[in-house]
Write a protein that binds this ligand. Structure first.
Ligand code: GLU
Length: 292
């Protein structure tokens, strides 16, 4: 008989700022999901955004996790060491004819999104319609561009798009609807990969069996499931957990001015006790209000 497959989960913060209580909550969920069954918990630093990532945040993230009692297995994986892997996947998708360069500026995209026919938050596909000649001329003129996935083409490329299923431990079986996300960016103008591409490749490379993350990333899984199908990657089980909210029902996020984990750690609070409070669904004192 085969031994049971033990869960492998990960916490994958971007080192663009300090961790807050919501991060702690998410890391605990991922950690406990694996450890409860004797599985492995990994740490991945999502630092492809060179302009916003700061190495000093990495040490703080590690210290915060240890303080919470969340030890990870093995070495930390840094996305910045995997750029060649992302480039190769991008090349493969380009070879399949599923990518197109997008020259739009943020302002142009914002303007088209507010147009009467724009679907909120969805790229309207402006650059999809460019001819090869127009593309070549813009590239020659040095106009910066991102690479977008032609999602309709990609779905059509699959022999059986019906297979775009994933299982979520909370939402149940889900049929991916990648068209709902529009033509997402897979390589940014200012970064050699996008979140979607890097996270999908890394979850596969690290053998993640259960992706445990906040429900705010649920919609992204439609895209990740499509990329798995296109790149012959396994599909993990997902667990999109509810987000931590304050007493007012509002999501606890940085903008509420909540204290960072670091500030609470440095003032001498017990991190393990804080983690246990979160496990029990309680909000530690001083964290519970929008302007705490
Ligand atoms: N790096 C992402 C973030 O900090 C999380 C990625 C994921 O869990 O899929 O929001």
């Amino acid at each position: 008989m085969n031994p049971p497959v033990l869960p492998v989960t990960r916490f994958a913060p971007s080192p663009t700022g300090k961790l807050h209580l919501g991060h702690a909550f998410s890391a605990i969920q991922a950690h406990d999901r694996a450890r409860a069954e004797g599985g492995r918990f990994l740490l991945r630093i999502e630092d492809i955004d060179g302009a916003r990532s700061r190495p000093e945040h990495v040490a703080t993230i590690e210290a915060d996790l240890r303080w919470l009692g969340l030890e990870w297995d093995g070495p930390v994986l840094f996305q910045s060491t995997r750029l060649e892997v992302y480039a190769a996947a991008l090349e493969r998708l380009r070879g399949m004819g599923l990518l197109y360069p997008c020259f739009c500026t943020r302002a142009e995209i914002a303007a088209s999104l507010s147009a009467p026919h724009g679907v909120e938050g969805i790229y309207p596909g402006t650059c999809r319609a460019l001819s090869e000649g127009e593309r070549a001329a813009r590239v020659a003129a040095g106009v910066p561009y991102a690479w977008r996935l032609d999602v309709a083409e990609a779905v059509a490329y699959l022999e059986d798009p019906e297979v775009l299923l994933w299982h979520d431990e909370i939402a149940g079986d889900v049929i991916a609807d990648p068209l709902s996300a529009g033509d997402v960016v897979l390589a940014r103008k200012d970064a050699p990969a996008s979140y979607h591409l890097a996270v999908t490749l890394d979850d596969a490379a690290q053998g993640i069996t259960h992706v445990v993350r906040g429900v705010d990333l649920f919609a992204a899984t439609h895209v990740h499931r499509l990329l798995q199908a296109l790149l012959d990657l396994p599909t993990p089980i997902y667990r999109h957990h509810a987000l931590l909210t304050g007493a007012d029902g509002e999501r606890l996020a940085k903008r509420h001015g909540a204290p960072t984990l670091e500030s609470v750690r440095l003032r001498g609070d017990d991190g393990r006790a804080l983690a246990d409070l979160l496990r029990n669904g309680a909000l530690p004192i001083g964290f519970g209000h929008a302007n705490a």
